[in-house]
Design a protein around this ligand. Structure first.
Ligand code: SF4
Length: 417
């Protein structure tokens, strides 16, 4: 592991923000657990948001919806709890296959202080365990984008059965194909048993206890980690499984915890590392020396910056993150190049001024900023794609680099005028 680099003071900003609220995470969570339903208790704005974020998926069999708080609820004229019970009753009658119902809090439900935790308990009791109802907040007041997943997973932690046997728990949503591949590799390494949170079926919850080692697949799960640690689990410190280097270190951390000798680790992983590095060569050619600015969005920014600078040769102008958890990011921070400017939070106009002054070659940002920056002649990469694409693991390193090389390549192709 590299020695701790010298980083300039963290730039902490607050002000106007251009980020998603935590409701957006429903879009990938509902795909991961097809037997769960996500019921947002919110306004039409919330319904519009989830609908726009989910795009065409809204027309497939929906496993999310919004109980819209009407004016009578907001004015306190209707008993919102009674209304909610009625909506949930109707929903479960129409959809008997639902096993876990997430009641997702929003800005309006929080502002009127609707106690959804109590509602979840009340409805679970009434349904006598037929459906488990859990609550978390995805509101924009409390959560940014991927923090919604942190809320959903930490709400599941109290439901996990207790077991102190040795096991590896992968924490954070992975694409199913990526997860299968990683499970095969862990098996070849002799690491196991391996379970995942979230599981593929909401009723198939992994156990947790003193023998549980946590390997974090995603960096934005601060509350979930703390909740699992309170139940006896221990986190394995490691960089995140992005890029060849991060993914190898991530798997090696698990192997070390399960006393697999290094020769075996090398035997299984080094051929993959070799192939992964070779696949990166042409992409590195496109990305090397290009100046990169990451705006805050998903908390994936620091691991991505580490990958893009160390394995693809990009220069980091600024690495923004909506929230910096120094404990969960310690191994990543140690791998950043000297002098990397980090920023936490956002004051949009000031950050845009810095973008314009630096004229980076590529800006990673949300959809709201991408086209306007393109119109100013600055190439952009939509950050939302990073949470929907299979980007984890040694085998995916080239695909991950390709996501950043593509907008630069397109720009070159279009330089005809
Ligand atoms: S939860 Fe808040 S920020 Fe998110 S869509 Fe609803 S009102 Fe908007």
């Amino acid at each position: 592991m590299a020695s701790t680099p010298t980083l300039p003071p963290l730039l902490r900003e607050s002000g106007q923000r251009e980020v998603f609220c935590g409701l957006t995470s429903i879009v990938w969570l509902h795909r991961r657990m097809p037997d769960a339903f996500f019921l947002v208790v919110g306004s039409r704005t919330c319904a519009h948001l989830v609908q726009s974020a989910a795009g065409v998926m809204i027309f497939a069999e929906p496993r999310f919806g919004t109980a819209i708080l009407g004016e009578r609820d907001l004015a306190g004229l209707a008993d919102a709890n009674e209304e909610l019970d009625r909506v949930v009753g109707d929903l479960l009658e129409r959809r008997p296959e639902i096993r876990t119902l997430f009641l997702v809090g929003s800005c309006p439900s929080e502002v009127i202080k609707l106690d959804l935790a109590k509602a979840a308990e009340r409805i679970t009791t009434r349904l006598r365990g037929r459906v488990r109802v859990v609550n978390y907040s995805g509101s924009g007041i409390e959560t940014t984008f991927t923090q919604g997943e942190d809320g959903a997973l930490s709400a599941l932690v109290p439901l996990l059965p207790r077991c102190d046997d040795d096991q590896l728990l992968l924490v954070g949503t992975l694409a199913d194909g990526v997860e299968d591949r990683l499970l095969t590799l862990f098996e070849r390494l002799g690491v196991g048993p391996v379970r995942s949170l979230p599981p593929r079926q909401s009723t198939d919850l992994p156990s947790v206890g003193a023998g549980t080692r946590l390997l974090m697949a995603q960096p934005f799960l601060s509350d979930t980690v703390r909740a699992l640690e309170r139940r006896g689990a221990r986190r394995l410190p490691s960089p995140y499984p992005l890029g060849v280097e991060g993914s190898r270190a991530w798997m090696a951390a698990a192997a070390a915890a399960f006393a697999v000798d290094e020769a075996r680790v090398a035997e299984v992983l080094d051929p993959l590392v070799e192939r992964g590095r070779r696949a990166l060569v042409p992409l590195r050619r496109q990305l090397e020396g290009k100046r990169l600015f990451l705006m805050p969005d998903s908390q994936l920014e620091i691991p991505l910056a580490r990958f893009l600078s160390r394995e693809c040769g990009m220069d980091l102008v600024e690495v923004g993150t909506p929230y910096l958890d120094r404990t969960l990011m310690a191994e990543e921070l140690a791998l950043l190049p000297d002098g990397t400017q980090l920023s936490e939070g956002q004051d949009l106009e000031r950050q845009l001024e810095r973008v314009r002054a630096a004229r980076p070659d590529l800006v990673v940002c949300g959809l709201g900023l991408a086209n306007p920056l393109e119109a100013e002649g600055i190439a952009t990469k939509w950050s939302i794609e990073l949470v929907f694409s299979p980007i984890h693991g040694i085998d995916q390193a080239a695909d991950l680099a390709e996501l950043f090389a593509r907008p630069l390549h397109r720009r070159e192709l279009l330089q005809w005028n």
